[in-house]
Design a protein around this ligand. Structure first.
Ligand SMILES: NC(=O)c1ccc[n+]([C@@H]2O[C@H](COP(=O)([O-])OP(=O)(O)OC[C@H]3O[C@@H](n4cnc5c(N)ncnc54)[C@H](O)[C@@H]3O)[C@@H](O)[C@H]2O)c1
Length: 452
């Protein structure tokens, strides 16, 4: 099939390369010419395990361009995968989605229109809104045309994006039209039936079951995405709430999480206590569904509470520094980890961002180290007065305390004895509960985790 994907970020690039790998003809479009220029040269614009290899072996199956117009007449499907950031009131900014819809409407071939697919995470009614915007443009051109808009939310996790795209738990397709449904079923057939040879760098997991195709109305598909993210965010906030209680009563939240996670009704995922959730999805999606709830006079109390608990977790890190170090003004704090989670360079709404801002406001000097996210952080916050270090040892040197904010594997195995000797005071706040408390304490550190 011939597929145009508009928006070549974490979702668009992964989807495009995977669909190309599966044998479709794919055109990845982005208005950012710097992104297109790099991708054309085989350089990945995001850090995502396995992606660069897939890009290098692409063999020009996937074309990268900043102008979709020439490719629209050929397309069977156009997938919209542009950003949907938050507005200040929590509502979703749909301007990027609408701009793409308008562009499609201005050029759509009325004889053989492609299926339009919303893959971006978008509020209820957006499939309909996209259709309206395209129709407005067709009317302006005085053109009549029957086309369909389907909703196909994306569930990939950054850091495991290729894996999740090739081996999903389910694929959700929301469409009112059978033909639209069939077209998407056909596009996903190699994944639904697992007929492809797995790429070397992303093997098929042992015991993997064929994914379910969940077909729904567009509205249900839109709501499924928000419900999933709100639930996962709530699960993390839930364990964080109990982490606070575990600290008070002298329990270890890691043990508690293990004890409840083995219950099949609960499951072990998303039960890691720490500095809270961040990233490009949970925060904005939680705010967006709260906004939708308020529009319909339907208060989502659990979701609201999850957001509040999450902010409390950020501040918990600062409180712990105050408890151990006492005075923050004038102290030097080393931060280990800027990315919102491991295996990604995505720093959007990461815990590190809030903690660093707070520390700078309080008059601390901040040194940071992250294995992959430092360039992105530097480019995004060029005015922040922080010191970038080449290694964890650099961040530890002369610091009064170290704070772990991303669960990078590298941080689990640091030479703590050496790091400790170079610090002014051996204080460590383990904001991800990934370190070996006993090892640190035996090396003379004052250790403080979350809920343990
Ligand atoms: N990142 C994730 O893990 C993830 C997972 C599931 C769903 N989503 C959703 O998918 C959508 C995309 O997320 P992302 O993380 O890939 O975003 P991103 O910011 O990484 O990429 C979006 C891209 O769209 C491009 N773009 C914007 N307007 C354009 C236009 N008019 N024409 C062409 N390109 C345009 C931007 O230049 C950018 O490169 C969002 O709605 C997000 O909520 C993201």
């Amino acid at each position: 099939m011939s597929i145009v994907i508009v928006g070549t970020g974490y979702v668009g690039l992964t989807t495009g390369l995977v669909l190309g790998y599966l044998g479709h003809r794919v055109v990845c479009v982005d208005k950012d010419t710097a992104i297109i220029d790099k991708l054309e040269r085989g350089i990945s614009t995001i850090y995502e395990p396995g992606l660069e290899e897939l890009l290098k072996n692409n063999g020009n199956v996937v074309i990268f361009t900043d102008n979709m117009l020439g490719f629209l007449p050929e397309a069977d499907i156009v997938i919209i995968a542009v950003g949907t950031p938050s507005k200040s009131n929590g509502d979703t900014d749909l301007s990027f989605v609408e701009a793409v819809a308008r562009e499609i409407g201005q050029a759509l071939d009325p004889v053989c229109p492609p299926l339009i697919v919303n893959k971006s995470t978008v509020p209820i009614g957006t499939a309909r809104r996209v259709e309206t915007v395209i129709r407005e443009e067709l009317e302006r051109r005085n053109v009549e045309c029957n086309f369909n808009v389907a909703s196909n939310p994306e569930f990939l996790r950054e850091g495991a994006a290729l894996h999740d795209t090739l081996y999903p738990d389910r694929i959700v397709v929301g469409a009112d039209d059978v033909q639209a449904l069939n077209l998407l079923r056909q596009m996903y057939a190699p994944i639904l039936e697992q007929t492809f040879t797995p790429p070397q760098e992303v093997p098929r997991p042992e015991g993997y079951n064929l994914p379910a195709l969940v077909t729904t109305s567009p509205t249900s598909a839109e709501l499924i995405k928000y419900t999933a993210n709100a639930f996962l965010a709530m699960k993390i906030s839930f364990i964080n709430e109990f982490a606070a209680l575990a600290e008070k009563v002298g329990a270890d939240i890691n043990e508690v999480a293990k004890g409840i996670g083995l219950d099949k009704r609960i499951g072990p995922g998303f039960l890691k206590a720490g500095a809270g959730w961040g990233g490009s999805c949970f925060p904005k999606d939680v705010r967006s569904i709260l906004f939708t709830g308020s529009q319909y006079n339907c208060e989502l109390q659990l979701v609201q509470a999850s957001l509040e608990v999450n902010w409390r977790q950020r501040m918990k890190v600062i409180e712990k520094l105050q408890q151990t170090l006492k005075v923050i003004r004038g102290s030097t704090i080393g931060i280990l980890g800027l990315a919102f989670k491991q295996n990604t360079d995505d720093i959007r709404e990461s815990p590190a961002l809030d903690v660093i801002r707070e520390l700078l406001d309080m008059g601390a000097r901040v040194k940071v180290y992250d294995p992959v996210a430092m360039n992105k952080y530097r480019q995004t916050y060029p005015d922040q007065n922080i010191t970038y270090c080449e290694s964890a040892a650099g961040a530890a040197k002369e610091s009064d305390a170290l704070v772990v904010l991303t669960e990078w594997d590298e941080f689990r195995h640091l030479p703590w004895a050496d790091l400790g000797t170079s610090m002014k005071t051996k204080i460590i706040i383990d904001g991800r509960n990934i370190l070996n408390r006993e090892e640190l304490m035996s090396n003379g550190f004052t250790y403080s985790g979350i809920g343990r």
